[in-house]
Design a binder for this molecule. Structure first.
Ligand code: FAD
Length: 399
């Protein structure tokens, strides 16, 4: 570590989907970078989160040689079912959009991207502490950090810093401390995110819209299934013993002829549904990508897709800079924001369908009827379904 280079072209903070995609794209383009990650390699290669990757994102990774294993292993899905009022309503969105989702757990993609990068000599430094950014408003920024194993301080000088350190990272603070706008929204809803040792109960996703709260089923392979249960925000996992989880999943998801296979819970985590966007994503030589810049609650499975989109745009803008053209870097933030706001709007719209009929102390019959009207339109109008399919798959999102 002490012999690590002290100067590079780009320092990337954070080895999630955004940072790893960017690092690989820069490496493929012959641009030197140092990738700093506070966790260990083993930890990030096992951290379960996303599973749904949109086809345009997969094809973009494929074009850069980053999707071989994904294409070999991922399951492709183009339909889901809504379950409400005791009936099943199938949405064949893949046929309408001509685009589908690839189901591939995030930790597998992270593992692939770490392997591809390090196998080709990419410089990834795990277990860093106390990352600080310096001189971001100048042409000579730098990043300092401490090596958690040796306790030694390090400084890397660079041309650009990419802040890819997610929702809890340090990079965003350098934007919001300046003139950046932080736009945020809290749904006032929690989701209990669960992974269970259970075989899938359907080939695609099931969205259960129920007066007791939303529930979802998503296959993650032959033996593991992800489930979600709407719960109060800030709820404790301790309030959800396995029997209660199983009972609620049955009540909210099962219909006649549509049983739900259940199994031992291997992950249980309450997520408070909230969103934010930082505008612009850039300050001087610091550019944010992924959840450091924008959080979108996992309602429509959009966050990792946005992270990949930012990384694609940033890699291309940095490459153009080294070819003497700075227009793309100047337009980087606006280019990202187009898709970011389309996905935020779509997630908000879908949230009102998912959570509309929930019977709570503040149950709103007006909201319930709106949800029913939206569902009828979606299920009966081909035009409405086609517009939904376009944005659900992200086929058209650059408005
Ligand atoms: C339950 C759940 C399900 C989801 N499902 C989907 C889905 O199906 N499809 C989808 O598109 N999205 C989904 N998402 C969202 C997706 O997981 C995130 O959007 C994605 O992880 C964002 O990637 P990122 O690289 O921006 O950030 P992260 O994945 O958070 O990566 C940031 C990295 O930075 C590191 N880091 C943080 N601080 C520092 C620091 N100071 N110094 C160095 N390193 C640091 C972190 O350890 C981490 O490795 C889901 C999320 C959850 C929670």
């Amino acid at each position: 570590m002490t012999n690590s280079p002290r100067r590079t072209q780009v320092v990337i903070v954070g080895a999630g989907p955004a940072g790893l995609t960017l690092a690989n794209l820069l490496r493929v383009g012959g641009i030197a970078c140092v990738l700093l990650e506070e966790e260990s390699r083993a930890f990030i290669e096992q951290r379960p989160r996303a599973g749904f990757i949109e086809e345009w994102a997969v094809r973009a990774l494929e074009r850069h040689g980053l999707a071989d294993r994904l294409l070999e292993k991922a399951e492709i899905q183009g339909s889901f079912e809504f379950r409400f009022n005791g009936a099943r309503h199938i949405m064949n969105y893949g046929e309408l959009a001509g685009h589908r989702h690839f189901v591939y757990p995030q930790q597998y993609l992270v593992t692939d991207l770490v392997g591809l990068h390090t196998d080709q000599g990419g410089d990834v430094r795990f277990g860093v502490r106390d990352v600080r950014l310096h001189d971001v408003d100048t042409d000579h920024p730098a990043v300092t950090y401490e090596d958690s194993e040796t306790g030694l301080p390090h400084r890397v000088e660079c041309d650009f810093i990419a802040g890819c350190d997610g929702a809890r990272g340090v990079s965003r603070g350098y934007l919001t401390a300046g003139n950046a706008l932080l736009a945020s929204h809290d749904y006032g809803i929690g989701w209990l995110a669960l992974l269970a040792e259970a075989p899938p109960s359907a080939t695609g996703v099931i969205f259960g819209i129920h007066p007791r709260g939303f529930a979802a089923h998503m296959a993650r392979g032959p033996d593991v299934t992800r489930f979600y249960l709407q719960c109060p925000p800030g709820d404790s996992e301790a309030n959800w013993p396995e029997e209660r989880v199983h009972e609620e999943l049955r009540i909210r998801l099962e219909i006649p002829g549509g049983p739900i296979a259940l199994g031992a819970l291997i992950e249980k985590r309450v997520l408070d549904m909230r969103n934010y966007v930082v505008e612009p994503l850039s300050r001087g030589r610091l550019h944010l990508a992924g959840e450091s810049a924008h959080l979108v609650a996992p309602i429509a499975a959009k966050g990792m897709n946005l992270a990949i989109n930012d990384a694609l745009l940033l890699a291309s803008a940095i490459a153009a800079h080294y070819e003497g053209d700075d227009a793309k870097l100047a337009g980087y933030s606006d280019a990202c924001l187009e898709r970011i706001w389309q996905y935020q709007e779509f997630s908000q719209w879908l949230s009102e369908i998912f959570h509309g009929p929930t019977v709570t102390a503040t149950a709103d019959p007006f909201q319930t009827r709106l949800t029913e009207a939206r569902l009828r339109r979606l299920l009966k109008s081909k035009t409405a379904a086609a517009a939904f399919a376009d944005i659900y798959t992200g086929k058209h999102a650059d408005f």
